[in-house]
Design a protein around this ligand. Structure first.
Ligand code: FE2
Length: 215
């Protein structure tokens, strides 16, 4: 069960999340998220979240139970830029094609209550609950650089699929990156982005589908 944005809706939870992020800003003055959403994840022992990426930066604040988080490298052969673009252009699905061979490249974290985990945006990950009823707070937040990266990758996705080009976000810097982001933003607003199928098949029975809202 995902009580999406409960930390934005309920005043007592909103105060808690605001205090947390105020502390983070104090510790890191350049940390300036402009949209912060907080949800409460409640799931059974053994529940799984399939292999996926998030469209925003995420922090997973674990509160109860034990869970194992597999965090994979953000690049080939685990992840292609074309798959990231497909997620960004899909209205809701964030799941990616998974192969068990990827696991030898994963960092594995067993989270206990009171621990928090985060990773760079678009880093692939999956989760398996180990023990007990699991309760976590997931905060999704967007900073300017992530918004620029997402829109630049939408533009790359457009020209990859419409013109057969092979752009890479890693080759874009400064004004070139900003121009791509501007074009991606415009294409999104004008609904010019191609309709893409979900990057991965529907999750197996028993798995929790990971769905996110747009940043
Ligand atoms: Fe996630």
């Amino acid at each position: 069960m995902n009580l999406r944005e409960v930390f934005n809706i309920r005043p007592e939870y909103r105060a808690l999340m605001s205090a947390l992020f105020a502390e983070l800003r104090e510790m890191h003055p350049r940390f300036r998220p402009d949209v912060i959403k907080g949800g409460l994840l409640i799931s059974a022992p053994g529940a799984r979240v399939p292999f996926h990426i998030d469209r925003t930066d995420t922090m997973l604040w674990h509160l109860r139970g034990r869970k194992r988080v597999y965090v994979y490298p953000r690049g080939a052969p685990v992840l292609s830029e074309a798959d990231v673009e497909a997620v960004l252009m899909h209205p809701f699905s964030d799941d990616l094609p998974y192969e068990s061979a990827f696991d030898k490249r994963a960092q594995v974290f067993d989270l206990e209550p009171g621990e928090v985990l985060c990773w760079p945006v678009h880093t692939p990950h999956r989760v398996t609950n180990l023990e007990g009823l699991n309760v976590s707070m997931a905060t999704e937040y967007t900073c300017h650089d992530v918004r620029v990266r997402n829109h630049a990758m939408m533009f790359n996705g457009l020209i990859r699929r419409r013109l057969g080009l092979t752009p890479s976000i890693e080759d874009s810097r400064g004004a070139g990156l900003a121009a791509r982001a501007g074009l991606g933003f415009t294409a999104r607003k004008l609904k010019l982005l191609p309709r893409v199928p979900p990057p991965a098949a529907a999750p197996a029975a028993g798995a929790l589908q990971h769905l996110q809202t747009e940043a």
